[in-house]
Design a protein. Structure first.
Length: 371
């Protein structure tokens, strides 16, 4: 998304693209449709070796980035993943690893995440509640922590070794690291539209944990949670951009190769106008997402505002762009055999998973003082 990349970033993005093309092309994505996890753990460990899991973690904690700007580098991975609608829990693992790297505890879990030996789920969103509203309750009882509530959708919860739970108490927001097999934790798979992304509802029924499960100070997680939401949203937007770019490219090529009444489809004026609209949406999406990523990377005061601007714009136009490309393909575009539906599934999911267009517009209105 950046206008200029360093040589190291170009190499990193190119290496990621070649790895994905070689190890998980679209035929591989289709083959994983019935896999309970949606990805191969050995393949995910290879991605970790390429640095995917360590970009938001400082070198002092075992991580490291290519350019020194970890989130910008992570968007390069996300964008390449979007081009091939790749599997794997990049967003939750990145968010949880970044959260654990900011505290001085949970070194063993962080090490397993960085190596790819484990994945983690980020439990923030709640069923039936607006974005940012947390009802899951945490109680501190001496040297114990007790959790009650429900979270959904939670990505990769069914295969996660640990869950980072955002809960509310008398003192404010608190984050708790919960081993997935803890008594009282129930993971219920949810049906989804993406072939390789797996989500679940996670309920916590008076889950009793030692105080060492806390991540940071009780009641002091408000800033961290806001930043985690921004990171998750930016990475998801970058993935959507990769998917949109791929769809636009192969649809444009199709329009030049496909002839109707002796002329390529791309030569018809009405279709030229539609392609021009799509090109505008794509470039505007790229610009607004790049601005949001840069603001979050720099921890700018306007980061939350720019993230919601990007999420509302991209969320509105991504599905429309892919639907237009489906129409450009004619009848073949609505078949199972054509790959375009894989991209439509991914961008539709991404437009809702960390807040819908309406969610982010309400959030933006609150941020700028309109409500």
């Amino acid at each position: 998304m950046e206008l200029e990349l360093t040589d190291e970033q170009v190499l990193f993005a190119g290496t990621t693209r070649r790895f994905l093309e070689d190890t998980c092309p679209l035929t591989g994505v289709r083959a994983l449709a019935d896999d309970p996890a949606g990805f191969d753990p050995a393949w995910w460990r290879q991605g970790a070796e390429l640095g995917w899991t360590s970009l938001l973690v400082p070198e002092a904690r075992g991580g490291g980035s290519v350019s020194g700007e970890g989130l910008i580098d992570a968007t390069l991975v996300a964008e390449e993943r979007g081009r091939l609608v790749a599997p794997g829990p990049l967003v939750p693992v990145s968010v949880v690893a970044g959260a654990l790297a900011a505290v001085s505890s949970h070194d063993d879990v962080l090490a397993d995440l960085l190596s790819g030996e484990q994945v983690a789920g980020w439990c923030y969103l709640e069923p039936g509640r607006p974005l940012g509203k947390v009802a899951t309750n945490v109680r501190l009882e001496g040297e114990r922590v007790v959790l009650s509530g429900a979270k959904a959708p939670v990505e990769a919860a069914g295969v996660a070794g640990h869950l980072l739970v955002v809960a509310a108490g008398d003192e404010g927001l608190t984050e708790v690291l919960v081993p997935a097999g803890t008594p009282g934790v129930t993971v219920t798979p949810r049906q989804g539209i993406d072939l390789v992304r797996r989500f679940a509802t996670v309920t916590f029924d008076e889950v009793d944990l030692p105080a060492t499960a806390l991540v940071g100070q009780p009641g002091g997680a408000g800033y961290q949670v806001e930043r985690q939401l921004q990171v998750a949203t930016v990475l998801t937007l970058a993935e959507t951009l990769g998917a949109l770019a791929a769809v636009f490219e192969f649809t444009t090529q199709w329009a030049f190769d496909r002839y109707s009444f002796g002329r390529p489809l791309a030569s018809y004026q009405e279709l030229k106008h539609r392609f021009a609209d799509m090109a505008l949406w794509l470039e505007a999406s790229r610009a607004t997402t790049a601005a949001a990523a840069r603001a979050v990377q720099d921890d700018a005061v306007e980061a939350a505002e720019l993230v919601s601007v990007a999420a509302s714009y991209v969320g509105e136009h991504a599905g429309e762009l892919v639907q237009d490309c489906v129409q450009m393909h004619g009848g073949i575009g609505v078949t199972w055999d054509h790959d375009i539906h894989l991209y439509l599934r991914r961008v539709t999911l991404n437009a809702a998973v960390y807040g819908t267009v309406a969610d982010h517009r309400r959030r933006l209105a609150a941020l700028v003082g309109l409500v």
